[in-house]
Design a binder for this molecule. Structure first.
Ligand SMILES: Cc1ncc(COP(=O)(O)O)c(C=O)c1O
Length: 368
């Protein structure tokens, strides 16, 4: 057991390895390289394992690019919705590829980055997303260049393009149709490029995903246009590999039993609030005891979800919240001055490292 009190995130390297082996398989069969999307997962204490199976990292703004360079190594792709002049100066020393979000930024900074591979993000006008908030092709989207004609005019200034058009897409048929659309509409551009990134949001490490068909599609696409294909898995790289371990502090009753745990959606698993989804519970298992599990912040809607569990929760019960790796540790915050969950790793040999504890000093240091 870790030498730490709850709450803490617990990463299982064994589960991570299962995803990583799939990523390596895709690379071996299709030739598509995978760079980890740090915006999803920047917990660098497991990069030692991840770097053996992945080709590098892709970052949003500067600090992620630096983290990728310092802690992961290999290829560093730097993309940003908006670079500043200072970002560009720093990124020049860290990145292998710089991907601009707009033709105007390419125009302003492209010449300063001679020697690096430059790219542009394209908005193909199609997407797969269950959430408008995360839909890169939503109306008035600022993400990527939508004007094909203008893209063709600057094609000689870049060596690659990035299409990020999926969010939690586990539907291979729809992915395949979207790839056809991209090939059909951007084939003439792709033929002039050395590389293309198909972004993240493809759930290819999920159980039952038709992996061999996926590999074949990527391989054929790469050959047809003569491009190195990249994937930018965030969630797919770390899905299912961590839990948020909590303890029940109290059980109150208001029509239903409500167990209050020593963590919070708002502070520690924010996306459940943002996307209005329920957390999955890894422990206790399913059963007949109905309970709502809620966070300890003062936000009225700080609720993980409603469940039927094997045991009746009482003060002191341990609750393990599943799928706690992606978009959690990178988004945690000090709302309500709540204790921030530590970070623990169950290594491949079964030992558990407590790699980070946070305390009052971290709270005060994040403010002034
Ligand atoms: C450009 C880009 N690449 C990759 C990703 C990672 O996506 P996911 O974590 O869904 O795989 C994102 C997520 O928003 C993204 O915006």
């Amino acid at each position: 057991m870790p030498q730490i009190t709850t709450p803490y995130y617990l990463i299982y390297e064994k589960r991570l390895l299962q995803n990583l082996k799939i990523i390596r398989h895709v690379r071996q069969v299709s030739g598509a390289k995978s760079v980890l999307a740090l915006k999803c997962f920047s917990t660098w204490c497991v990069f030692g394992l991840m770097r053996k199976y992945m080709d590098g990292t892709t970052s949003s703004p500067l600090f992620e690019a630096r983290l990728g360079h310092e802690k992961f190594g290999k290829e560093v792709h730097a993309y940003s919705v908006g670079f500043s002049g200072q970002d560009i100066k720093a990124v020049r020393k860290l990145a292998d590829k710089v991907i601009f979000n707009s033709i105007s930024q390419l125009g302003v900074y492209g010449a300063d980055l001679r020697g690096l591979k430059l790219g542009l993000r394209v908005n193909p006008g199609i997407s797969y997303s269950h959430f408008d908030l995360a839909d890169p092709a939503r109306k008035y989207s600022r993400l990527g260049v939508a004007d094909k004609e203008k893209l063709m005019q600057v094609a000689s200034l870049i060596s690659g393009v990035m299409f990020h058009f999926n969010c939690e897409n586990n539907d291979f048929v729809k992915f395949s149709a979207a790839l056809d659309f991209i090939g059909h509409n951007y084939g003439d551009l792709l033929e002039r490029m050395e590389w293309v990134s198909l972004g993240g949001g493809i759930a290819f490490t999920n159980d039952g995903y038709p992996l061999e068909k996926f590999c074949e599609r990527l391989k054929v696409f790469s050959k047809k246009f003569g491009v190195q294909v990249y994937l930018e898995p965030g969630e797919a790289a770390i899905t299912g590999c961590a839990e948020l371990v909590t303890t029940v502090l109290d059980v109150v009753h208001n029509e239903v039993d409500i167990a209050i745990v020593d963590a919070s959606t708002e502070a520690h698993m924010l996306d459940h609030l943002v996307y209005r989804t329920s957390a999955k519970i890894a422990y206790p298992g399913q059963g007949r005891f109905k309970v709502m599990i809620a966070g300890r912040s003062c936000l009225a809607g700080d609720v993980f979800g409603q469940y039927s569990l094997k045991t009746r929760l009482k003060t002191g019960s341990v609750v393990r919240i599943a799928d706690a790796a992606g978009y959690t540790m990178v988004k945690k915050n000090w709302f309500n001055g709540l204790p921030m969950p530590g970070i623990c790793v169950r290594r491949l040999d079964g030992t558990v490292d407590t790699v980070r504890k946070f305390g009052y000093k971290d709270f005060t240091n994040s403010l002034s």
